[in-house]
Design a protein around this ligand. Sequence first.
Ligand code: ADP
Ligand code: MG
Length: 227
Amino acid sequence: MLIASLKPRTMGGTTNTGLLAYALARAGYKVTCYDADESLQLAAWEREVSDFPCKVHESDTPAFAEAVYPSMDHNRINLVDAGHAENHPDIVDSVLEVADLAIVTVSPTKPDYDRLTRPERGTPLAKLIKRSAALRDSGQPPATVVLLNRCQAGSGSPARFASLLRDGGKDGTEPKWTVLTTRIPRREGIASAVGFPCDRPERKAPYDTLVTELTKLGHLPGLERIS
Ligand SMILES: Nc1ncnc2c1ncn2[C@@H]1O[C@H](COP(=O)(O)OP(=O)(O)O)[C@@H](O)[C@H]1O
Ligand SMILES: [Mg+2]
């Protein structure tokens, strides 16, 4: 299967992609990563540490569906880190054409919520997801979930923004999202995770919870089918 890690702009996407790859490997999945962000930070992370759990293929191309996807091993979990949807809608379009699941990283702050729902420039990510249906074999967009990250302990913001996202904004006219109950906390150990080993509990626990939730929601294949 192919999981796409998406975000409108810089939100912690690469951090979440890499730490999710570690968590999937810990859970027993065979994982392969694809770096479809021009900054190629996920690919660099793999080069810089000895414990990165899988290979990362550089694949920042708007021909992702045609040039990268066909050579994937679908008996593994393939995980692609896409770049900023605002700047590279062409690559995100191509990733959405073939992804089985899209995980959208968003921080529970007004500027990040605005960039997801009504960016000043660029196409809203919800629209990219919706229009992908036309290019997909199923005729439907991929299953999509929002992962709130950089969540401050004790703050009401994650719950408030989760409601806004679920309900389609204050008046219900904006796109409605499925918001995961797993929340990635705002932590220094996670802020400094990219390019370093996954050797601290805080880099593991939230992502193990994420894998558990994705499994419960039926988004991950049974281990017996894929490992
Ligand atoms: N859970 C977190 N807590 C605190 N800071 C975070 C967290 N996740 C990411 N960050 C910080 O957010 C910034 C963007 O992260 P990155 O993963 O590079 O985002 P993207 O790939 O979306 O551009 C980085 O400075 C990183 O340290
Ligand atoms: Mg990145």
